[in-house]
Structures are given as C-alpha cells and as structure tokens.
Design a protein. Sequence first.
Length: 340
Amino acid sequence: MPATIKKIAQLSGVSITTVSKILNGKDHDLSQNTISRVKAIIEQENYYPSILAQSMRNAQMKLIALMIPDVRNPFFTDVIRGCEDCANKYGYSLVFCNSDNILEKEVNYVRSLQSRHIDGIVLSGLQIERKIKNNQLKLNVPYCFVTGNKKNYINETKLSLNNEGSYVATQYLLDLGHKDILFATGPSVYNHSQHGLLGYQEALKDKGIHPNPKNSLFLTGFTAEAGYNELFPLLKNTKASAIVCGNDLIAYGALKALRELNISVPHDFSVIGYDDIDTNQYLNPGLTSVNPNRYALGWDATIELIEKIENRSIDDYTENSFVKLVIRETCGVFKHEDKN
C-alpha cells in the first residue's frame, strides 16, 4: 500500500502540517535537522504527493497544452522545445497535440482539453485560430498564439513576423535586381499565409512595383509535395526570376521542380524559404531562408500564457525574437541578359 502524508508524519515524529511545509518548500521556520529527518523518511518510503489532490486544492493542474498542425514539419521542433523549457521552468508540464491540419480535430482537441481542466493552451499555425479571433469559437481557459514577439500581442497594428519576414526576403531579392518575383505560401485560411502575402506586396510597392496577382499562389499545404506539384507548372512557364516561399518545405519542392526543369539555381533563378530549418545548410546549394527564432516563438508564447494563468507580469521574454535573413547560395544577382 502506498505511503501517505499521515504515515510520513507518524514515522518522522512530526505533524502533518510540518510534512506539508517541507513538501511545498515553505519550511523556513523549521530546523535543518527536522527537514533532513522528514526528507529521509519521504525517500525511504518512496512517497510522492498526489498531483490530483494538490490540483484540487490549488484549482490548478499545472498542465499546459501545445497544439500544432503537423508534427512532421521541422519548423515545430524548436517551437516545442521553447514551450517545454519555459513550462518546466515555471513548474508546468506540457501536453502535446497534433491536429493533422484537420479543423474538426482541432475543435475536438480544444473541447477535450477544456473538459479536463487544463490550465491553458498554446496554439500554433492552426485553422482554428481564425475562428477564435473572430469570436466564432470561445475558449473558457487562458490561451495564446505562437505569432511573434510580445509587442505583436499588445498592439495588433504591429507587423507580424510572417509579414516582416516576407518583406525582408522580397526586399533582398529586389536589391539583387529582381523585379518579377513569385510568392508561394500555404492555404489562405491561415493568418500567417495572409500576413506573408502582405509583406511581399508591401516590399514590391515600396520599390514602385505593382504586385501581379498571378505571381502569388496559396498552395494546399505547407509541404514539399505541394511546393513541387503545384509550383511545377507555374515555374515551367513563368518569366519571373525569383520566388519567396512561405516556408522551407515549399522551397524544397520548388527547388526539385527547378532541377527537373533544368533551371539553374542561383544562376537562372533565385529561391528564398522561411523558417530556416536545420537541414538548409546541408543542401546543395544551401537554402537562403528567413529565421524567425523558432525557440523564442515557443518560449514567448508560453510566458504570455503563464502570465494569463497566474494573473501576473513575468519579465522573462526573449530579447531577440525578430526575424533575420540567413543568406546562403540559392540567391543570385539578376542577369538582365538572361531574361530578355
């Protein structure tokens, strides 16, 4: 039969209150001899406090959920790590949910999590996010979105990281002399797809170039397969000299299509991805990509959520959560003579 707090108190010769103080780290008024004796009995009896009982007393499960659309997407590896490290630092455990890009599954997850009295939910790249923001679906637990730095949460007029990243990528290609630039991202139902398109369009407009609607494409998914299958016919007939992709996997598909079309990268065509996943540096040529600091995205979203759960301000946001362009070998100077 498992040990109880009452048994620990009896074996230690102290009150249940004293054992409780030691278990909860509130033993500053106890002697070191008493603390050591009680801890020795706890270890001897292999005693673990009931998490459920503590949760009922504190009205908290100390449990946070992270929901993402596709565990196979390498973008989320560092996001997950950032969430988990932050949660653990503040005494929370992390539950992981993969929605497979299925809206119905996302809704069912949310309902199930709420019924299990989870403390809060971190949402990243889901279809459900738009329904929540448009008040079509209400959550009765604290929640937050993996969208960017703290300023974006407070002031919605600030550029999202996807907006800023697409702007920086497009601006870089413009500075290399490219004017006819394609943009390809995931489904239009995602806010970050729309934000990325706006950043691309704003960069063109700032250079006095009117965006050509035919140059922008929402794919059926943020996958290499979608990038290859859906961009192949466009790349086969385009007069463009470069493309900005909504993530690195789409860029991988584009690079495969370009190889099969015998279009040289970067000599004849330039490609930029987004996310800067680890494998980019090992490609030949290495993929130029926007790095949004994925670990910081996960950490900062979790800090925001814990602030909501505990109703307090926590000054533990990352300092560098803005995007940067990591330049490798897939972009070259526009060669006017090759595009005449």
